[in-house]
Ligand binder design. Structure first.
Ligand SMILES: C[S@@+](CC[C@H](N)C(=O)[O-])C[C@H]1O[C@@H](n2cnc3c(N)ncnc32)[C@H](O)[C@@H]1O
Length: 266
């Protein structure tokens, strides 16, 4: 065996995570596409989304779910902090001939021009900020919901952390993609990093990124209290994207939380 040291290269978040992982690998994966369809089906049925209703997809990533929602007839606007993903989402909407719109936005400073019938945060994307930023985000999200509308957010379920803590790996054309997870119990944050080990001994690592402080793993009562504190009611938790809906359990792989904005403030 050669003793040649590994050649470590840092690639930007846009190039390594967004373009390579999110767009190329996830975008070309049948299982991920099936899951996106399942997620959209759940949102459509459980939230009761109707054709022509306005939907805001926050942290929409490469636009996979937003485009599927638009194909069902919703009027969708997607926002995400990563410009490369927004560019891809726009291209995807054009390819699929749906009028979904997208823009770069940071959910911690969310600004909307109108209110929406449904506001979604999919793909365990709630919790990347500090506790103060996350609480503010929830308030901004709740403000973006029309009275009579609903907010659905997905977070990292703290009781199901064991599912995410082991090292994961995936073989792809370029080499082996490795994921290392790390949990900080004092801050209740799950972090991790991706590396691509190439056959020539090069290790490609991700550079600075908006998720490098990990994700705050809120318990269900914490999220419920943030939602209720923002004027939402009828908070419900679900544990999977299947329909009929599954209750949230300690072992559920997902934590999906919905809340309703009353027509008159409570
Ligand atoms: C796990 S991905 C989920 C993407 C998409 N919702 C899905 O389910 O495929 C998390 C997304 O959150 C975005 N993100 C991270 N921090 C953000 C922030 N402060 N504001 C908006 N988007 C953010 C990332 O760019 C990334 O696209």
């Amino acid at each position: 065996m050669s003793n040649k040291p590994f050649n470590r290269i840092v690639r930007s978040w846009d190039e390594f995570w967004a373009e390579f992982w999110r767009i190329r690998l996830v975008g070309g994966d049948d299982a991920a596409e099936f899951k996106s369809e399942q997620v959209v089906d759940f949102c459509w049925k459980v939230l009761g989304i109707k054709k022509n209703q306005k939907v805001l997809d926050i942290a929409c990533g490469a636009g996979f779910q937003a485009v599927l929602l638009a194909e069902r007839g919703a009027t969708v606007h997607g926002v995400d902090i990563t410009p490369v993903l927004i560019k891809h989402a726009k291209k995807l909407a054009k390819q699929r001939k749906v009028p979904a719109t997208f823009e770069v936005q940071d959910m911690r400073e969310l600004k909307v021009k109108e209110q929406y019938d449904h506001v979604l945060v999919l793909g365990m994307s709630f919790g990347f900020g500090t506790d103060e930023e996350n609480a503010r985000s929830i308030k901004l999200m709740a403000d973006a919901v029309k009275p009579g509308g609903k907010l659905l957010i997905t977070g990292q379920h703290p009781y199901a952390l064991a599912n995410h803590l082991g090292p994961e790996w995936l073989e792809c054309d370029e080499g082996i993609l490795l994921h290392r997870a790390d949990f900080d119990p004092e801050r209740c944050r799950l972090g991790g990093s991706w590396e691509l080990a190439c056959p020539d001994g090069t290790i490609i690592m991700e550079g600075e990124n908006p998720e490098q402080d990990g994700i705050r793993c809120y318990t269900y009562p914490e999220i419920k209290s943030l939602l209720e504190g923002s004027g939402l009611v009828d908070v419900q938790g679900y544990g999977a994207w299947y329909t009929p809906p599954q209750p949230l359990q300690w072992f559920s792989m997902e934590m999906i939380v919905t809340a309703y904005k009353p027509k008159r403030s409570v």
